[in-house]
Design a protein around this ligand. Structure first.
Ligand SMILES: *Cc1c(COP(=O)(O)O)cnc(C)c1O
Length: 327
């Protein structure tokens, strides 16, 4: 039982849980709390770092000195990976979806400062053969005497998912300290590992909450399938079995808006409003859409059976800077 792999310590944990007093009052529904996983660090920040604690441990155990990963042009995961490698004296190569003509700002700028090698590939190449491209880079590096480890998009695989299994343990401990029970937990969903880990923790640790994900790309059916796969991968590593069905995976579809990393004026207005109401800045790609979705669903009555909602702020602050014009 609970035989999960070891991790290295990279994140500042536990992250705080705060009540959003004014937002809760304004929406007139359940109490809304926020878990500040945007504060897991500065350069090495956000949700990806919890997953990387497990992933990088595995890479180090295998004797790797290079991490290869992929993501969108402003990927928070790529930036966190670049920062982790610099911190550990390793090197990174980031395969990013773009043409190299984009403005050098936000996460892309930080990647350069952190010394990551960057390879830009077209959206088609990204979709069809990013794994093959990363394998080729790994082979090239091997010729130069490096041993590289390939981390999939968002570090969302059976290993990375344990980051949020551990976060669920942390939440249960904080509930005890705070004398409160969260009956709903809400996260944004981009590659599914965060949701998968929280769900795995909930099921194995018998937590009573209902876990909701707000997808920021694709659709609910895609993520139910993807998260189910991730769960089986993690369970396999744990040597555990678990009774669950795909239908227990609750995805609140309808907040992708104009598409991945594209913003609607309502979303930007919401981010500005929350910043001024609570002093917390959400990001335009993930948490802005997810919290906008949560507020909307509260108004629609979706959360009326719940008393205390915990929203996980998964980070992404650097993503506001490439969108200054929209604000
Ligand atoms: C990657 C990311 C997410 C989505 O997490 P997944 O585990 O990929 O679903 C949410 N918020 C931020 C800020 C992210 O960078």
């Amino acid at each position: 039982m609970n035989s999960i792999p070891e991790r290295i310590k990279l994140a500042n944990l536990p992250t705080r849980i705060q009540k959003l007093e004014r937002l809760s009052e304004k929406l007139g529904g359940p109490n809304i709390f926020i878990k500040r996983d945007d504060e897991t660090g500065a350069e090495i920040s956000g949700n990806k770092i919890r997953k990387l604690e497990f992933t990088v441990k595995k890479a180090l155990d295998e004797g790797c000195d290079f991490l290869i990963t992929c993501g969108g042009i402003q990927s928070n995961h790529a930036r966190a990976t670049a920062a982790v490698t610099a911190k550990l004296g390793m090197k990174s190569c980031l395969v990013l979806r773009g043409n190299g003509k984009e403005n050098i700002d936000g996460n892309l700028f930080l990647n350069k400062v952190l010394g990551a090698k960057i390879k830009f590939i077209t959206p088609e190449a990204y979709k069809e053969k990013r794994m093959e491209i990363m394998e080729n880079i790994k082979e090239e590096l091997a010729k130069e005497g490096h041993k590289a480890y390939i981390i999939p998009e968002g570090a969302s695989d059976g290993i990375g998912t344990f980051g949020y299994y551990k976060a669920m343990e942390e939440i249960i401990e904080q509930e005890r300290e705070m004398g409160i029970n969260f009956d709903a937990i809400v996260v944004s969903v981009g590659s599914g590992g965060t949701y998968g880990g929280v769900f795995l923790g909930k099921k194995i640790l018998n937590h009573k909450s209902k876990i909701y994900g707000v997808n920021v790309c694709n659709d609910a059916e895609h993520f139910k399938r993807r998260i189910e796969e991730l769960l089986y991968e993690s369970l396999n590593i744990m040597n555990e079995t678990l009774d669950f069905t795909k239908d227990e995976i609750n995805i609140l579809d309808g907040y992708v808006g104009r598409g991945y990393a594209l913003s609607k004026p309502e979303e930007i207005d919401f981010i500005r409003e929350l910043a001024q109401l609570e002093g917390i800045i959400l990001d335009p790609v993930y948490t802005g859409k997810a919290m906008y979705g949560l507020a909307n669903e509260i108004k629609k009555g979706t959360f009326k059976e719940h008393q205390n909602i915990l929203f996980i702020h998964t980070g992404g602050l650097f993503g506001v800077f490439p969108k200054i014009d929209l604000f």
